[in-house]
Design a protein around this ligand. Structure first.
Ligand SMILES: Cc1cc2nc3c(=O)[nH]c(=O)nc-3n(C[C@H](O)[C@H](O)[C@H](O)COP(=O)(O)OP(=O)(O)OC[C@H]3O[C@@H](n4cnc5c(N)ncnc54)[C@H](O)[C@@H]3O)c2cc1C
Ligand SMILES: *[C@@H]1O[C@H](CO)[C@@H](O)[C@H](O)[C@H]1NC(C)=O
Length: 419
């Protein structure tokens, strides 16, 4: 057996976990049909040992009954233990630097200061973002997410005033949940922009605002940002962008996250510090002269990303196809989509597997556009499906009732991908 082709995946949540399963289930078997002698090993580098289904956070933060923590924080081992050590290694670590010329990534194991250099033949960057609050993304210490959920379970029942910063879906959903489960709390939402949902089709923000005001009695304020917050035992005092201060029993930061790319050079990144791509198949651009052969990016850390989990249904097959095409060209010597004379080896493969193995082809990236569901409490909300208005009762039915928890198992186990 030849030395395995080493694939390093950085980041193990929606994008990274989905990709690992896709590679094992779809991509690697298709490459081995082309050349059965090729073997592959994946190292997944991530600080967390659980999958964090953060889509459920706005309801899980209410109490431990609506959505128990164990439903949104699920051991990765439940989905990954089926892979043998010669297939997959889980490194509980953070990527801390990358040497493109040596083709190594330096990792720092959680709770350790000793770094380790991992060589890669192919590299996938899927490190996502980190939000100020660990309610919405893992922090370098992943246990802070559970701590933050529990802290709200304790403080919400007695909070008379709640201030939420962030006019995106997360802030809106959180305001809606708290309003529903704690109807006597006075809730204020600071959009920080001229309207809610500023990055979505412009019809949606005003609809979300009127839903929040009429159904949830949430006060929405625009064009004011929280500049600083001072937490005390009895509440919080925040300083706003107009210089004023506001005190509140509870302050929740629901503003967006920062891309986790501190281990990469700035000349690989865009203005939001997301990773630049050189084509529509998510091959990393680099800086023009660094070696970026076999380096790919996916998920929220991708430049121009829609920052949704949904987009990964389209992006994962596309980025995996780029890897397959690059591998087939370099290691097997066949061009994309080639169906040439199978030759002796290919002929044998055909005999063994009963059909002619075709070289992999690039898969076009075709995400579903202008689609989002923003529940405001369990009973309704606002949404768009491919730009069309989605009625409130359907928002409740599809997402508000259960926060898409039915997607956790297929993601964790890889069952979402059909071979
Ligand atoms: C409250 C909420 C509701 C949402 N609702 C929806 C929805 O309804 N529909 C939808 O499509 N999307 C939704 N999203 C968005 C969706 O969750 C994200 O798009 C998705 O999580 C992105 O996945 P990712 O793997 O790219 O990033 P993440 O999920 O952020 O994962 C990144 C991973 O990388 C790890 N990591 C970070 N730094 C490093 C490092 N240096 N080295 C190694 N590993 C590292 C992290 O620990 C983490 O495991 C929602 C998000 C939130 C917060
Ligand atoms: C890219 O980065 C490398 C290493 O830092 C540097 O040597 C090179 O000059 C850079 N190339 C360009 C085009 O900026």
């Amino acid at each position: 057996m030849s030395t395995p082709h080493e694939i390093v995946v950085l980041g193990g949540n929606f994008a990274g976990i989905g990709l690992v399963h896709y590679l094992f289930k779809i991509t690697i078997p298709s490459l081995q049909k082309l050349d059965p002698a090729k073997t592959f090993h994946i190292t997944l580098v991530t600080p967390n040992t659980d999958l964090f289904f953060k889509i459920g956070s706005p309801r899980a933060l209410i109490n431990d009954k609506q959505i128990p923590e164990s439903k949104i924080l699920r051991p990765l081992s439940e989905g990954l233990s089926k892979y043998k050590p010669e297939q997959l290694t889980l490194a509980q670590a953070l990527a801390t630097s990358l040497d493109a010329s040596k083709r190594t990534v330096t990792i720092t194991p959680v709770g350790s200061e000793t770094t380790k250099d991992l060589p890669y033949d192919s590299l996938f960057i899927a490190t996502g973002t980190t939000s100020a609050s660990p309610l919405w993304t893992f922090h370098p210490d992943p246990s802070l997410t559970s701590t933050a959920l529990k802290a709200l379970h304790t403080s919400l029942p007695t909070a008379k005033t709640v201030l939420i910063a962030g006019g995106g879906a997360v802030g809106i959903e959180t305001a809606g949940e708290i309003a529903h489960f704690y109807p006597s709390a006075k809730i204020t939402l600071l959009s920080g922009a001229a309207q809610l949902l500023p990055n979505s089709p412009p019809v949606l923000g005003p609809r979300a605002q009127s839903y929040l005001e009429t159904h949830a009695k949430v006060e929405v304020i625009h064009n004011l940002r929280v500049e600083a917050s001072d937490l005390s035992a009895t509440g919080a005092t925040v300083t706003l962008s107009d210089g004023s201060t506001k005190t509140t029993d509870l302050y929740i930061d629901a503003t967006g996250g920062k891309a986790n790319t501190g281990f990469l050079k700035a000349d690989w990144l865009d203005g939001t510090k997301r990773v630049l791509t050189r084509d529509a198949y998510f091959r990393v651009k680099g800086n023009g002269s660094d070696d970026v052969e076999g380096v790919y990016v996916l998920g929220d850390v991708t430049a121009g990303s829609a920052n949704t989990a949904m987009v990964l249904d389209a992006q994962t097959p596309t980025v995996a196809s780029a890897f397959a095409v690059d591998f087939a060209r370099k290691a097997i010597g066949v061009e994309a989509g080639e169906k040439k004379n199978p030759g002796l080896l290919g002929g044998l493969v055909g005999l063994v597997f009963g059909k002619k193995a075709a070289a992999p082809s690039l898969v076009e990236f075709k995400p579903m556009k202008d689609t989002m569901l923003v529940p405001v409490g369990p009973g309704g909300g606002v949404g768009l499906i491919m730009g069309w208005r989605f009625p409130s009762f359907l928002v409740a039915k599809v997402k508000g009732k259960n926060f898409l928890l039915e997607l956790v198992d297929p993601l964790l186990t890889g069952d979402k991908w059909k071979a």
